[in-house]
Design a protein around this ligand. Structure first.
Ligand code: DWN
Length: 406
């Protein structure tokens, strides 16, 4: 099911240091039906590379287990579309309109549909999840069903030989073979190709104690410094870096081929390796213990008062929280979600059922733990009826806090 990785994925160093250990955990997006077995458990430990500052899991779970039937579907929230608007403007400022676009990790094609309507074309997706490629096809988006690398790039090149923009949103951290990605980019690129890699901002993740974004799919916790190191000796360099607020903080790392001589000054601040350090990782690991304790205690105290508690948003983060805190159905009675692919299934590692979001107003729990805290504003506005009826949210990060009003 998994194998250990001995060297740094970016720079090859073997001097990796353990910085955070969440024990042995189930796979965060493996929401099984009551009748189905699950794949099992794997160690969840982060190793830090002092040479290039990359954080990375000690193990690599077989991608065929993680992705062939993937249940995370790109959010169609207003907030996500506002983010699409921003990144489209930023990319087109660099690439111009009418650019051809390939998205690595295209999921159900939500972004590519948006891109087609906002000046990009032709477009094509690459994603290993066959179930999501089927959904994308219904929206008119073609997907090469594979992990990205040279073979996938060769398949794309059959109908899109050279591509203006390659976009990879929150997917670089899912792929083990980074050299394979770079080789694939070589196949698809011309001298002006722009590569846009959106990744969680590790510096923000550490500062905000977002330990719940650490799970088996997220093999790497990137820094610009580590990408610079990865690109050493390749045809590519880091050209520009932008910051976004989505998902608790993200970076857009833009790459250009080496023929492109200019480099934006936004890269300078990231070049030194002091934004993310071994000490910051270890400090976060300690604070994460306090964060877990604060939610466990709050849930136990509320139960002692006779209150009922559910979860809101069966995110991958919810799986990490529930398993790290050791919650069972008696602690969190159910978790609501809007994703049809998750409803009727269990939170991995537990018998906590996922139910339709409409159940929040039917079952009327006293408290709902907001496991999709990255959509805080959106969720508070959307759930006025729950709040007006006396319901309260518990926001678990950075430490558990009760929120009653929008
Ligand atoms: O990298 C990854 C990121 C970006 O997204 C993946 N490996 C998987 C995924 O992580 P996640 O599951 O923690 O992502 P979200 O977007 O925080 O998941 C939110 C969940 O909550 C979804 O299942 C949808 C659900 N939801 C809901 O039920 N009501 C979300 C909103 C906004 C809502 O109002």
């Amino acid at each position: 099911m998994y194998r250990y990785r001995e060297s740094c994925r970016a720079c090859g160093s073997k001097e990796l240091v353990p910085v955070l250990n969440l024990g042995v955990q189930p796979l965060a997006n493996e929401f099984v039906l009551p009748s189905e077995p699950h794949s099992g458990y794997a160690p969840l430990e982060v190793m830090f590379c002092p040479r290039c500052t990359l954080g990375q899991l000690s193990v690599v779970v077989d991608p065929a287990i993680l992705y062939s039937e993937y249940r995370y579907v790109t959010s169609q929230s207003e907030m996500m579309f506002r983010h699409f608007e921003k990144i489209t403007a930023d990319i087109q400022r660099e690439s111009g309109k009418d650019s051809s676009l390939v998205e690595i990790g295209s999921n159900d094609g939500t972004f590519l549909v948006y891109a087609l309507h906002h000046g990009f074309g032709p477009v094509c997706g690459v994603d290993p999840a066959a179930n999501l490629a089927q959904l994308a096809l219904q929206y008119g988006i073609n997907t090469v069903v594979r992990q990205f690398g040279t073979p996938a790039a060769a398949l794309v090149a059959e109908f899109m030989p050279k591509v203006d923009v390659v976009l990879a949103r929150h997917v670089f951290c899912h792929i083990d073979d980074w050299r394979g990605i770079i080789c694939g980019l070589d196949v698809l690129s011309h001298k002006d190709t722009l590569v846009c890699i959106e990744v969680p901002d590790t510096e923000k993740m550490l500062a905000n104690v977002e330990f719940d974004t650490i799970y088996h799919e997220h093999l790497s916790y990137l820094t610009v410094r580590s990408v610079i190191e990865l690109l050493n000796g390749t045809n590519w360099h880091v050209h520009k870096v932008l910051r976004y607020s989505i998902h608790g903080g993200a970076l857009m790392i833009m790459l250009r081929r080496n023929e492109w001589k200019e480099r934006d000054s936004s890269v300078d601040a990231f070049e030194i390796g002091t934004l993310v350090t071994e000490e910051k990782w270890k400090a976060m690991a300690l604070t994460a213990v306090v964060a877990r304790y604060s939610l466990q205690k709050m849930v136990a105290d509320l139960h002692a008062e006779g209150k009922t508690i559910c979860g809101y948003g069966a995110s991958a983060k919810s799986t990490v929280w529930v398993n790290a805190c050791g919650f069972r159905k008696d602690d969190i009675a159910f978790i609501t979600d809007t994703t049809p692919q998750k409803i009727g299934r269990f939170t991995p590692g537990t018998k906590i059922p996922i139910v339709d979001e409409a159940e929040l107003l039917v079952r009327k729990p006293d408290y709902a733990v907001m496991f999709a805290w990255n959509y805080f504003q959106f969720i508070m506005q959307k759930n006025k009826a729950f709040l007006d009826g006396g319901g309260k949210f518990i926001v678990p990060v950075p430490t558990a806090k009760i929120v009653e009003h929008a």
